[in-house]
Design a protein around this ligand. Structure first.
Ligand SMILES: Nc1ncnc2c1ncn2[C@@H]1O[C@H](COP(=O)(O)OP(=O)(O)OP(=O)(O)O)[C@@H](O)[C@H]1O
Length: 293
């Protein structure tokens, strides 16, 4: 029997885990995996639970929840020498990461994926002293991921982000950024936002970074130069079709290391969570985690 630590957020998405837990444990058990559970209680708890699971020598860790729970779990794992395989059980509202990797959403299919025990390596990103698995970003629009109330997400799911997104679009302001990336000329300009993608699915946009792959050792950088609301809406429309990267308002490149500074106050968003402020260094950590996928 292998031992798994299932770290789940009982409040994620539509609170599915509350109903499914017994079934999940039973199916894993039948597949030769004895799982014990940790239900998270609030901010930072999944990080502590992941550190403890490694110290207690579990054979694998399964993070069940949304992108926020996954972010906390990888931040507990990334600095450890011994990093057991990670399961990403998608139960959140958007689940960008699971969607990008084609990880099954249905609980039975997901359990079967873990039971097959075939984890594959993938890159993660490091922003200053924190880690992200899907996306890092900065600029007013990126703040919306942590401003959407959890209760609203439970009630109306993805729509909650659209409402908040529309509200934020009208108050968008450009910020001066200096971007120094390895293999690139220094860029100094005013930007609406910048994103650093590790996967191709971000914020529910499945074609935001079409060229981003999870194990190429590189981060895909997309920055939107200063523009007005009409241009911003045009870019969002293009992004839905994956046709935005050629636009003259967009800066796009791949890199393994980058520094971003600003004379202003710019908050960082890491996998949808507040991740400090600029200045920041971003680097790719190749094949740092093994994930069932
Ligand atoms: N028991 C709990 N009660 C309230 N909040 C919790 C609890 N456990 C964890 N949290 C908080 O939930 C947040 C993470 O939510 P998570 O991303 O898993 O789900 P979600 O918000 O529904 O999904 P998504 O990120 O896809 O929108 C973390 O900020 C964490 O602090």
């Amino acid at each position: 029997m292998k031992r798994a630590r299932l770290i789940y957020n009982p409040t994620s998405g539509r609170e599915e885990m509350k109903r499914r837990l017994a079934d999940v444990l039973q199916r894993l058990d039948e597949g030769g995996i004895e799982a014990s559970c940790h239900a998270t209680t609030g901010e930072g708890d999944a990080t502590r639970a992941a550190i403890e699971a490694i110290e207690r020598g579990y054979d694998m860790i399964i993070a069940a929840g949304g992108d926020g729970t996954l972010y906390e779990v990888i931040n507990g794992m990334a600095e450890r020498e011994n990093r057991p395989p990670l399961g990403v059980f998608p139960l959140g509202t958007t689940n960008d990461f699971a969607r990008a990797l084609g990880i099954p959403k249905h609980w039975e299919d997901y359990c079967d994926l873990v039971i097959r025990q075939n984890p594959k390596p993938l890159d993660i990103g490091k922003a200053n002293d924190r880690y992200f698995i899907n996306i890092a970003g900065g600029g007013t629009l990126t703040e919306l991921t942590y401003e959407v109330p959890s209760k609203l997400k439970t009630m109306i799911g993805q729509l909650a982000y659209y409402f908040k997104g529309m509200e934020k679009m009208v108050s968008l302001a450009p910020q001066e950024l200096i971007i120094k990336a390895s293999g690139q000329e220094v860029i100094h300009d005013e930007f609406m936002l910048f994103l650093i993608a590790n996967t191709n699915s971000v914020g529910g946009f499945e074609k935001l970074a079409p060229g981003a792959t999870i194990d190429d050792g590189l981060l895909d950088v997309i920055a939107v130069r200063k523009c007005n609301l009409a241009e911003m809406i045009r870019l969002v429309t293009l992004a839905l079709r994956g046709e935005h990267l050629q636009d003259k308002k967009i800066v796009y490149f791949k890199t393994d290391y980058m520094e971003v500074t600003s004379p202003g106050y710019v908050q960082l968003n890491l996998d949808g969570e507040l991740g400090g402020t600029l200045p920041a260094t971003f680097r790719n950590l190749p094949h740092h985690l093994n994930v069932f996928r």
